[in-house]
Design a protein around this ligand. Structure first.
Ligand SMILES: Cc1cc2nc3c(=O)[nH]c(=O)nc-3n(C[C@H](O)[C@H](O)[C@H](O)COP(=O)(O)O)c2cc1C
Length: 187
C-alpha cells in the first residue's frame, strides 16, 4: 500500500506499553489540531479536550479509577486491576479525555470521531496510542464529581472517551484478526 493516509489507517494499533519519555509539545499540538478539525454534525464541535501530562495526577486517577471501577467493571477487568502496576492508560505519559456536551444529541458520534482523529494523527507522527474507555469509570465512582472539578471538565460536559499517547515501548503488536463477513453488497 503506497498511500500514506491509507497506511496510517491500517498500521495504527492499540498500544499498551509506553516509554516514560514525554511527547513533544509540537506533536501534542498537531494531535489536538487533528481533533479540532474533525467533522461534527452541523459543525457543532460539541467537544472539550483535557490534556493530562502530570504523573502524580495520572497516578491518582488510576488509583481512584480502580475504586470507581470495582462495582461496574467486567470480571476480566477486575482481575487485571489487582496488579500493583496496573494502569488504565497503560502508563502512557499523556492522556487526553474527550468530553461531550450534554446539550448536543450528536456529541457521542462527534467526540468519537475526534478521539479517533487524535489516534490517527499520533500514528502519522510515529507515536503510539490507545483508545481507553475503562479509565473513565473513574467518573462513575464516589470521587467522580471531585475529578470532574479537579480536571476542570466544563459544566454541562461529560467525559466520553479518552486516548493514551506516547512513544511505543517495544514492538508494535500485530493487528488482531478482522472479521470478513461484515459487508453486504448490492451491485
Ligand atoms: C470504544 C473503545 C473502547 C476501548 N477501551 C479500551 C480500554 O479501556 N483499554 C484498552 O486497553 N483498550 C481499549 N480499546 C482498544 C481496543 O481494545 C482495540 O482497538 C481493539 O482490540 C482492536 O485493536 P487495534 O486497535 O490494534 O486494531 C478500546 C477501543 C474502543 C474503540
Amino acid at each position: 500500500m503506497s498511500n500514506a493516509t491509507l497506511q496510517t489507517l491500517k498500521n495504527r494499533r492499540a498500544i499498551r506499553s509506553f516509554d516514560n519519555k514525554q511527547i513533544k509539545s509540537e506533536d501534542l499540538n498537531t494531535i489536538l489540531e487533528a481533533a479540532r478539525y474533525s467533522p461534527s454534525a452541523r459543525n457543532g464541535q460539541p467537544w472539550h479536550f483535557t490534556v493530562i501530562q502530570n504523573e502524580d495526577l495520572l497516578k491518582a486517577m488510576n488509583k481512584d479509577g480502580k475504586e470507581g471501577a470495582i462495582k461496574t467493571a467486567p470480571d476480566f477487568m477486575r482481575e487485571k486491576m489487582q496488579a500493583d502496576n496496573f494502569s488504565f492508560w497503560h502508563g502512557a505519559p499523556t492522556v487526553i479525555i474527550t468530553s461531550g456536551s450534554d446539550e448536543n444529541r450528536f456529541a457521542a458520534a462527534d467526540c468519537a470521531i475526534a478521539n479517533y482523529s487524535m489516534m490517527l494523527a499520533a500514528e502519522a507522527l510515529g507515536l503510539g496510542s490507545c483508545w481507553i474507555n475503562s479509565g473513565l469509570m473513574l467518573f462513575e465512582g464516589s470521587k467522580g464529581s471531585v475529578y470532574k472539578e479537579r480536571l476542570s471538565i466544563p459544566s454541562g460536559y461529560t467525559p466520553l472517551y479518552s486516548v493514551a499517547l506516547g512513544y511505543i515501548n517495544g514492538d508494535k503488536p500485530a493487528a488482531p484478526e478482522r472479521k470478513t463477513d461484515v459487508i453486504t453488497y448490492f451491485k
